[in-house]
Design a protein around this ligand. Structure first.
Ligand SMILES: [Zn+2]
Length: 195
């Protein structure tokens, strides 16, 4: 499962080859250029389907605006194969990730809750799951909401209704910056302390 191939596709493919993996899903947490810019190249190289929530298709259509804003070439667009919806599960090997629709940073933003296995002395156990958070939740911050389709009220509602109910031990891997946990953000994230 490749999540958010913004760029550096050759680097991702080298990792895939080194571990002798086969990519079966390309999942885009939201349609910002640094998360989706390389999706076409990744799909061409692997043949795997591209997942993007349907509420971000409009944003994808206008990706050229984002390219212009940051002064890069408008990347070639890929075909979107599937729209992951809240509660859907996406399987890759033994892993079954659950989709959580968390609009606000963009209308179609999703997070993925991925169970973690560990195999100690031949005994398999389930570790705290990992939340792949896209640009919805960061360590000590939340995603910006001043771009097309963003809404501060909506992102706060998404985090409070869909992410904070998760267990404190859940590890959060944001789309940018350091990883964190739900428990840490519940206590320390200044955006989540009001009321
Ligand atoms: Zn973003």
């Amino acid at each position: 499962m490749v999540i958010d191939p913004g760029d550096d596709i050759d680097e991702i493919l080298a990792i895939v080859a080194r571990h002798k993996l086969r990519v079966t899903a390309i999942i885009v947490t939201h349609s910002h250029i640094d998360h989706i810019g390389g999706a076409k190249k990744m799909k061409a190289a692997t043949g795997a389907p591209v997942y993007l929530n349907e509420n971000d298709l409009e944003l994808y259509k206008h990706l050229g605006e984002q390219a212009l804003m940051i002064g890069v070439a408008d990347p070639e667009k890929t075909e979107i194969d599937l729209s992951p919806k809240d509660g859907d599960t996406i399987r890759a090997g033994r892993i079954e990730a659950t989709v959580i629709h968390t609009p606000g940073h963009t209308p179609g933003s999703i997070c993925l809750l991925v169970p973690q296995f560990s195999d100690r002395d031949g005994v398999e156990s389930l570790e705290p799951p990992t939340l792949i958070a896209g640009d919805t939740l960061f360590r000590g911050s939340i995603g910006r909401t001043d771009l097309r389709g963003g809404s501060t009220r909506t992102i706060l509602k998404s985090i409070k209704d869909k992410l904070l109910p998760l267990d404190d031990a859940v590890i959060v891997i944001p789309g940018h910056g350091e990883e964190t946990t739900i428990g840490y953000e519940r206590v320390h994230n200044p955006f989540l302390q009001l009321n």
